[in-house]
Design a protein. Sequence first.
Length: 184
Amino acid sequence: MLTWNELEEACKTCQKCKLSETRNNVVFGEGNKSAKIIFISEAPGEQEDLTGRPYVGKSGKLFDKIIASVNISREEIYLANILKCRPPNNRDPLNDERKTCLPYLRNQVKLIHPKIIVCLGRVAAQTIIDPNFKITKDHGRWIERNGYYLFATFHPSALLRDPSKKRIVWEDFKEIKRKYDTYK
Ligand code: URA
């Protein structure tokens, strides 16, 4: 297992997949390194690639509002993606890219050692929880594995496309907050 410094350096100089050729910046992840809760999303988008920071674009702004609505602040959480580099035109991450990049995220999770891991969207849930995970059917339930509580809900971009999902996501975040409060 690498230390934070070693890991960040390894990610920033990574050339293990082709995304390294098209990225502007590696989006390593950021937040509280002793967080009890970590949110995992799929991959950097355009704004994230340009700034090197996770969740700063439209989806990120909505995410900030959602966590604020259940009294969770960015300062207390850690935010990371399955992929550290942006796929061109925001296409879905390829299986190979996920496999290659995942050890970095696993290392981050081991260093943080959170109680709760929340997957945002299908790609994160299928990578972390179960390859057959159906986000519409399987969101909103806790799965205990290796001492972590895993949970998935919709990606904020799904809400931007379909605002009728707001209610469901709000219920999911209330549940996340309820569980989180037991570890704070
Ligand atoms: N969408 C993601 O999945 N991750 C980000 O960091 C930003 C947008």
